[in-house]
Design a protein around this ligand. Sequence first.
Ligand SMILES: [Zn+2]
Length: 213
Amino acid sequence: MSAASREIREEILYWCRESVRTGLNFNTQGNISVRLPEHNAIVITPSGIRYDVLTVDQMVVVGYDGKVIEGDLFPSTETDVHLAHYRRRPDVNAIVHTESPYANMFGAIGRTIDPVLLNMVLYAKGAVRIMPFEFSTNADFGELSASLMGDDTNAVVWGNHGMLSVGDDVAGAFKVAVAVEANAQVLHGALALGTPNVLVLADITIPAGARLP
Ligand SMILES: [Zn+2]
């Protein structure tokens, strides 16, 4: 019996394919993981396998100590980065890494992605910070990424590379990635037109009982 249920493996595979279909990833870019708290482990996509041929059996279970528990393939090269984020944020159960173009435009110039869309402020919780370029398998990369994201937002962009977003589950983390990318696209255009109105979550009054988008 695997530490990671078939349901969780299928959920990861579904969102991997969605990440390509929606233009958030290309080729074998990106990775997705889910926390397995009862096993002190995570299950993560393997390194270097195209999502259209990836199977549920190829996911890799890795302990919080970084050692592979189950799986025949190498886990994602960014497994240590995911583990650092799970250590920092006990509230996080899933992580999605994408390499979408508009978020990466801001990453390439080191400019914070300010929220100008309601979805972004609701799901990412605030401005998304940019981490200066560094190779993602460097030992301190994960700690830097996790501390830059902090406890107050749900996404961070790695300069000249991509985005990492977190959530209660994969669908939630993916929603953050989509919201940040859409926001980055609109912000890119809005900055060309004029001075965008930047939203701050604390300043928005959400009526009691309101259903969120
Ligand atoms: Zn990457």
